[in-house]
Design a protein around this ligand. Structure first.
Ligand SMILES: NC(=O)c1ccc[n+]([C@@H]2O[C@H](COP(=O)([O-])OP(=O)(O)OC[C@H]3O[C@@H](n4cnc5c(N)ncnc54)[C@H](OP(=O)(O)O)[C@@H]3O)[C@@H](O)[C@H]2O)c1
Length: 346
């Protein structure tokens, strides 16, 4: 990745991208250690997300986390064109997309990838992920009680057929890295055993109340970079994705106390902690003040060792994105999706 950027395209209050920490992937490629999330869910229209992508690039973001299912890649594609027209080189950008669950069939993978590539108006992607390890389909926005009547558990042979198509995309030069999302240690062990091209990243839920230390350590030990989604604890997620036991990271007294000392929003503390701990957070925002504050936080004064230790101690194992819609038989609990006892459920 080039480290120079046309100074003229950087907003006066922006952050020079060369100051943003980089993760070195096992291929030697550099990935900016913070990206902008682009999942508008029910509360941000695609146009607003695309406008944020364009402006976030102007304040120094170079990494954008996209997905076909977010329904806005065609709008983000136009924003990326505008960014490049301003002088940001394609090689300076890190663009991720993801294969949705209804496109796992061998014949569907490459066409689905090509659709994302065309929508994003690019000729290669930096990273392509299998969004969930389950092929089960549900319409975006459905209630957590919705089920696919053809739903299946994780079937490793089938997952490998999908993975082989991602490997083919690398061979074709259409994508530089491939990876996983929402995986568990037992599933990753099988993939690492059988992959010809191993995953470069695993995208996983990570925030102070959900630190997933075992999975975090496992992926890093295997040269897989953890990308942390919902790094602020997804405070604007829809009501249907909330349960009474969910906790709120940005209201945690430890986070609030550090934020008050630093004079920043608690969200910024979550983002700083994430980068300093070693994951790559992808906070969502369409609010310039907020996405700029998150980027400034990452290049600003680091959290102290005492701050890091205090945040390490507030992990509550509180998973927010539980994945209920992927369950495949009646009477199951969402925990069955996450192999908590080390065994893949059938
Ligand atoms: N792989 C997967 O399965 C998966 C699952 C979920 C999410 N993701 C990815 O992860 C991204 C982020 O996750 P998320 O959207 O669930 O939640 P998040 O990033 O934890 O939280 C986003 C919310 O935080 C607010 N916020 C951001 N920065 C702030 C700041 N400095 N001060 C105050 N508020 C701030 C935003 O509000 P404003 O817009 O008002 O700033 C927004 O409502 C998604 O957009 C998506 O790209 C991936």
């Amino acid at each position: 990745m080039a480290t120079t950027t046309a100074a003229s395209v950087l907003a006066a209050d922006g952050v020079d991208p060369s100051r943003v920490p980089q993760r070195i992937l096992y291929t030697g490629a550099q990935m900016p250690a913070i990206g902008l999330g682009t999942f508008g869910s029910d509360h941000a229209a695609g146009e607003a997300v695309a406008a944020a992508v364009k402006d976030a690039a102007m304040v120094g973001y170079r990494h954008f986390d996209c997905a076909a299912v977010y329904g806005n890649e065609h709008l983000i594609g136009a924003a990326l064109q505008a960014v490049m027209a301003e002088g940001v080189g394609r090689e300076e950008l890190w663009i991720t997309s993801k294969l949705w669950n209804d496109k796992h069939a061998e014949a569907d993978v490459i066409p689905a990838f090509r659709k994302s590539l065309a929508d994003l108006r690019l000729d290669y992607l930096d990273l392509y992920l299998i969004h969930w390890p389950f092929p089960n389909h549900h319409a975006p926005g459905v209630d957590v009680t919705a089920r696919d009547h053809k739903a299946q558990p994780y079937i490793h042979d089938n997952f490998m057929k999908t993975w082989r198509q991602l490997e083919k995309l690398v061979d074709l030069g259409l994508v530089r890295h491939i990876g996983t999302s929402n995986m568990t240690i037992p599933k990753l062990e099988l993939l690492l055993r059988d992959a010809r091209i191993k995953p470069a990243v695993n995208e996983m839920e990570l925030h102070p109340h959900f630190q997933q230390p075992e999975l975090f350590d496992f992926v890093r030990a295997h040269g897989i970079e953890p990308i942390g989604y919902s790094p602020i604890g997804s405070p604007a997620r829809p009501e249907r994705d909330r349960t009474p036991e969910d906790s709120v990271d940005i209201e945690d007294p430890v986070i609030v106390r550090i934020a008050e000392r630093l004079g920043v929003h608690p969200a910024v503390v979550c983002v700083k902690w994430a980068v300093q701990r070693g994951q790559t957070p992808i906070p969502f925002s369409t609010n310039r003040r907020n996405y700029l504050a998150n980027l400034q936080g990452v290049v600003g004064e680091p959290l102290t060792d005492a701050d890091m230790a205090a945040i390490a101690s507030i992990d509550r194992g509180c998973r927010l994105i539980k994945g209920q819609v992927f369950l495949w038989k009646p009477g199951q609990d969402w925990r069955d999706l996450w192999d908590e006892d080390g065994v893949i459920k059938e």
